[in-house]
Design a binder for this molecule. Structure first.
Ligand SMILES: NC(=O)C1=CN([C@@H]2O[C@H](COP(=O)(O)OP(=O)(O)OC[C@H]3O[C@@H](n4cnc5c(N)ncnc54)[C@H](O)[C@@H]3O)[C@@H](O)[C@H]2O)C=CC1
Ligand SMILES: O=c1[nH]c(=O)c2[nH+]cn([C@@H]3O[C@H](COP(=O)(O)O)[C@@H](O)[C@H]3O)c2[nH]1
Ligand SMILES: [K+]
Length: 505
């Protein structure tokens, strides 16, 4: 006979935290959000890889590319570069994150001397950059011949056919610095000479980087940045349980710090075989998470297989229709609570702590706090990050409002990208995700600052300065549907008809 759970499975929206005593010492600025990312012997050693904030971006083509990875690592989190692309393309994205030097920019608006003013204006329009280096071959690392800024041309007086070589500020009039210059030194030179930009060149006078006055200010103050021992950004990458023998070596070579098997369902021999292959070839040097699971058995299976962390969640994502198409899944809160118990039980038995990640279904910022209180070590978000400037998807105007495109990895759109194959005839496949829009929300930095402030202040309401303390002290209550109504604005006539909730998402 089938097994029946006694209780229905629940979602984050059905829970609230009941505050505890807040000591005077407990203020949001003192809260640490540091949290383990990979398995370790808790109490005996430091976790070899921790996050400075408990947020990672989803393994999705509409969410996690190299630009997102740099932006999120700057704030203390981590992106998993999406795996639904060729091995070469994915490895190249990982490699771009590892090579990114904060404040040092490889020019993406480079001119050659024989280009015309018309072409300069076109490039300015396309890239949004008004400072453009000129190199002999027009390539970002060509020999530096000059720089063009808006101060070098007057549109009212000059022909659009004028050649760059005739109006650029030539190399001999430029102040440049050697490639090894530190960001701090570059900034000093910029200030001393009242410059807006400073090209860095190698011994042969080839352009290596551009540095800009405006970038220094935004990069100097990121205390939570996720950096490796060589001060490069930390980045993750998604893999699948088929082509790992080729994909994993390429990603490791490119510098990926942690991998994650990306699947709707992780309680399978495929995932065990993938982890075993990694252990056989790399021992414990390569960190690999697995999932997704929604119960104790699924967690134990992956923990025993050697997963470095386990991801929780089936069908709760905003673009997910897995529950509707396949009838599998579980309420995200119930799944998180049960898997967190299983993790603690596994730790009691073995001394090994395997972090868990609640993946999908985070709608409001306070859902992150609930997931942490329920025992999640960190959370994975797709929709949340897809709304920002840094996500790879297009920004479009829909009914007069800016939107970003966001589609599921199991949607027809994602499958068209390549990898997806259920075996058998292609025409027999079915969709497990939708293609959608999400409201454009601006920069990651601004949004994440507000989200983190909310989490920190909720933690203080519960008297906690760290995530483990929060989990120990949290008191959670299931709410009735009428108390959910009580929790929103009610019995008043709203001046702004947009519901409050849609603004705080
Ligand atoms: N978290 C969620 O609720 C969901 C997530 N997704 C996302 O959609 C994407 C695709 O997910 P899936 O369809 O689960 O991809 P998948 O590649 O894990 O699984 C697809 C099918 O291939 C089978 N399979 C896997 N490895 C195999 C191997 N080595 N040999 C033979 N068969 C093998 C699986 O059992 C499954 O039937 C992922 O990005 C996933 O995160 C999709 C649906 C739900
Ligand atoms: O049923 C699904 N069909 C899909 O096409 C799909 N694509 C992604 N995912 C999962 O959703 C998570 C992101 O969820 P949110 O947008 O709610 O943050 C992701 O992290 C995934 O776990 C999918 N689930
Ligand atoms: K859903």
């Amino acid at each position: 006979m089938a097994f029946y759970y006694e209780e229905p499975s629940r979602t984050f929206n059905e829970y609230l935290l009941v505050p505890g005593h807040t000591p005077a010492s407990c203020i949001p600025t003192k809260v640490s959000l540091k949290t383990p990312l990979v398995r370790y012997r808790k109490g005996e050693e430091e976790c070899p890889l921790s996050l400075n904030i408990p947020m990672v971006s989803a393994i999705m083509a509409a969410v996690s590319d190299d630009r997102m990875a740099v932006a999120l690592a700057t704030e203390g989190g981590l992106s998993f570069i999406y795996g639904n692309q060729t091995i070469e393309d994915q490895a190249a994205m990982v490699s771009r994150v590892k090579q990114h030097k904060a404040g040092f920019v490889v020019s993406d608006a480079t001119l050659s001397p024989d280009m015309t003013l018309d072409q300069v204006l076109e490039l300015k329009e396309a890239t949004g950059h008004s400072t453009m280096p000129v190199t002999d071959d027009g390539e970002p690392h060509g020999k530096l011949l000059g720089v063009v800024t808006e101060r070098d041309y007057r549109l009212s007086r000059m022909s659009l056919d004028a050649k760059v070589v005739d109006f650029m500020t030539p190399r001999e009039k430029l102040i440049v610095a050697p490639a090894e210059t530190s960001l701090k030194e570059a900034n000093d030179i910029i200030w001393e000479h009242k410059l807006n930009s400073l090209p860095l060149v190698d011994a042969e006078d080839r352009l290596v980087y551009m540095t800009f006055r405006k970038d220094y200010d935004s990069h100097k103050d990121n205390p939570l940045e996720m950096l490796d021992a060589e001060k490069r950004y930390i980045v993750g990458a998604g893999i699948n349980s088929r082509d790992y023998a080729e994909r994993v070596p390429a990603l490791v070579e490119a510098g990926a710090d942690v991998l994650c098997i990306d699947s709707s369902e992780g309680f399978s021999d495929w995932q065990k075989m993938t982890i075993e292959w990694v252990r056989e070839h790399y021992g414990n040097d390569v960190k690999i998470g697995a999932g997704n699971v929604v119960d104790r058995e699924g967690f134990r299976f992956l923990a025993e297989a050697g997963a470095d962390f386990v991801k929780v969640g089936i069908g709760g994502g905003s673009i997910c229709i897995t529950r509707e198409t396949k009838g599998i899944g579980r309420g995200q809160a119930t799944a998180t609570i049960e898997v967190a118990k299983a993790r603690d039980e596994y730790f009691e038995e073995t001394g090994i702590y395997v972090p868990i990640c609640s993946d999908g279904g985070i709608v409001y910022d306070h859902h992150i706090s609930l997931a942490l209180a329920m025992g999640s070590d960190f959370v994975m978000l797709g929709r949340y990050f897809a709304r920002f400037d840094e996500s790879p998807s297009s920004k479009v105007v829909v009914n007069g409002t800016y939107m970003k495109e966001y589609w599921g990895e199991g949607s027809a759109r994602a499958r068209n990208w390549g990898r997806y194959d259920l075996g058998g005839k292609k025409s027999l496949s079915f969709e497990e995700g939708v293609d959608s829009y999400v409201p454009y929300a601006g920069s990651l930095k601004d949004n994440i600052a507000v989200t983190l402030l909310k989490i920190r202040s909720t933690m203080c309401n519960c008297g906690a300065l760290t995530i483990p303390e929060f989990r120990d002290k949290a008191k959670l209550t299931v709410v009735s549907s009428t108390s959910i109504v009580e929790g929103g604005a009610h019995d008043v006539l709203l001046k702004d008809k947009t519901p409050y909730v849609s603004k705080v998402r």
